[in-house]
Design a protein. Structure first.
Length: 121
């Protein structure tokens, strides 16, 4: 049975209708329509934007990456721990201006902490 030729429909560009999203195009470009409003310190925002700019990322894209990592890890994508009593005590000491300052490299810091490295014979 012969098929009838289809009549050409006007293109979407001429009808003013938006292009139809197929599964293939939706997978390539997700429609972004949700907003996140977050209040942060202006200095923090400016510093973060400077770093992101060097990486070639927008703040929006960085937040999207973060949220994708939250989903992938099913939680925070980095360890978040409640400090123990010793750590809290050390942080308070530093806040009061106490503690020890080290201005050398890592090797000299470890030598200060662990003592001189034994020589191999």
């Amino acid at each position: 049975m012969p098929t009838k030729p289809r009549a050409k429909s006007p293109s979407r560009a001429t009808t003013g209708q938006p292009a139809r999203l197929t599964a293939k195009t939706a997978a390539r470009k997700a429609v972004k329509s949700s907003y996140i409003n977050a209040r942060v310190e202006p200095k923090l925002k400016k510093s973060a934007e400077a770093v992101l700019d060097k990486l070639g990322l927008s703040t929006t894209y960085a937040v999207t990456i973060f949220l994708k990592q939250v989903v992938a890890h099913k939680g925070m994508p980095f360890p978040v721990k409640v400090p123990n009593k010793e750590t809290i005590r050390a942080m308070r000491e530093l806040d009061r201006g106490g503690g020890t300052r080290h201005d050398g490299d890592a090797a000299s810091l470890f030598a200060d902490i662990l003592g001189p490295k034994p020589r191999k014979s």
